[in-house]
Design a protein around this ligand. Structure first.
Ligand code: ADP
Ligand code: 5GP
Length: 239
């Protein structure tokens, strides 16, 4: 029925608050063509310079609940006392426009999308360690100390789910992280095109491969340790 429609690649990005996700997503959207950002709906209030229809659609809880009843959401979840949801229409629009779709959603939302769209590419962004996460949250200057403590506690729980994602990006040096994130998006496009790769294209795929789950476990271990979290993925590797 819809075989002539573009089948968008869907990229899911999740990260604990303060890891640098917004910074990386903004850079990615500037540098990669044909990639649409799915603007989520949320019941939380705008922060700082956020405006309705740019970072989020800010709606009341009754409005959000009505949308849920209407089946308007592809996924939705509660995070830190607020509701967040991805509107189905962004996927339809991506199909119509021939673009791919980028979702910035939490671990619960990622799980729902992975069940519905089994081809989605998922990326988890990690800070280099707990201390740097705290420094970044302070540097951002949006939160009081107790909010920062809450965010770090949430991060400790969220990062335990890193192994549900296809790619793990450790956001240490910003320029390098931007390059890797671009490579992941391009690599997935190249691989799904299913044609032989030129030399430059192979390099992109190789760069992205460095962040595949199977290739990062050793690098992730000290990060988990810094949060006091252990990896119970059962890969049997001695610690
Ligand atoms: P998030 O969206 O994950 O909550 P932000 O993108 O707001 O995080 O980044 C948090 C803070 O860390 C910001 O001040 C940002 O400029 C800074 N930051 C992001 N990535 C890096 C990096 N690789 N190195 C140093 N600072 C960074
Ligand atoms: P913040 O309020 O800091 O912008 O976002 C809080 C968390 O909600 C982040 O982990 C962010 O990725 C997540 N989030 C944003 N939009 C959505 C959404 O539509 N669905 C889900 N499940 N999570 C979302």
């Amino acid at each position: 029925m819809s075989s002539s429609l573009h089948k968008p690649l869907v990229y899911i990005i999740s990260a604990p608050s303060g890891s640098g996700k917004s910074t990386l997503v903004n850079e990615l959207l500037k540098s990669v063509s044909d990639l649409e950002f799915s603007i989520s709906y949320t019941t939380r209030s705008p922060r700082g310079s956020e405006t309705n229809g740019r970072q989020y659609y800010f709606v009341s809880r009754p409005e959000f609940e009505k949308m849920t009843r209407n089946g308007d959401f592809l996924e939705h979840a509660e995070f830190d006392g607020n509701l967040y949801g991805t509107a189905r229409r962004f996927l339809h629009e991506a199909e119509q426009s021939g673009r791919d779709l980028l979702l910035d959603i939490d671990v619960q939302g990622a799980e729902q999308i992975q069940q519905k769209l089994t081809n989605a590419t998922s990326i988890f962004i990690l800070p280099p360690n707990r201390k740097i996460l705290v420094e970044r949250l302070r540097k951002r200057g949006e939160d009081r100390d107790e909010v920062i403590q809450r965010r770090v506690a949430a991060a400790t729980r969220e990062i335990e789910n890193y192994d549900r994602y296809n790619y793990i990006l450790i956001n240490d040096h910003l320029e390098e992280s931007i390059e890797i994130l671009q490579a992941i998006v391009r690599s997935e496009r190249l691989l799904r095109a299913g044609r032989p790769l030129a030399r430059d294209e192979s390099k992109i795929v190789k760069l992205a491969d460095c962040c595949r789950l199977a290739n990062v476990r050793e690098r992730v271990k000290p990060i988990l340790d810094s949060f006091g979290t252990t990896d119970d993925s059962g890969d049997g590797s001695p610690s």
